[in-house]
Design a protein around this ligand. Structure first.
Ligand SMILES: [Zn+2]
Length: 128
């Protein structure tokens, strides 16, 4: 038997809440029951929280915070978010405003339709 902390048990209990089930269904429908990461359909799909805020229930997040992902993409997303968080932690707090501006610029590029290839090209240009 896997031991779980009280916090994990509470979280799993919240995921059974009808309010979460409703939000979950809305995100699955938005994604047309396919992984928004790799496009696969015929698999177990999970809803990924792009971020967490203290005190918010799982169903209280805006749709832009929620992603429909397959197990593999969900695991990768969790790992990459943890890496991003650690990277931010290596930047002194007095530079976090600058980090936020850079991330906001990235968000704008993505919102304007930038592809993975566009971003890879930018990275090559910057690292030469
Ligand atoms: Zn996937």
């Amino acid at each position: 038997m896997t031991r779980r902390t009280k916090g994990q048990k509470d979280y799993m209990e919240r995921l059974r809440d009808p309010r979460w089930q409703r939000v979950r269904l809305r995100v699955l429908e938005r994604a047309e029951w396919k992984c928004e990461g790799c496009g696969t359909g015929e698999v177990n799909l999970q809803i990924h929280h792009g971020w967490y805020e203290r005190g918010l229930m799982p169903w209280e997040y805006p749709d832009e915070a929620l992603y429909c992902l397959c197990d593999d993409c969900h695991e990768r997303a969790e790992s990459l978010r943890a890496d991003a968080y650690k990277t931010l932690g290596r930047i002194p707090p007095w530079f976090h405003t600058h980090a936020t501006v850079l991330l906001h610029d990235l968000h704008l590029l993505l919102a304007a339709g930038a592809t993975q290839q566009d971003l890879d090209d930018l990275r090559v240009q910057r690292t030469g």
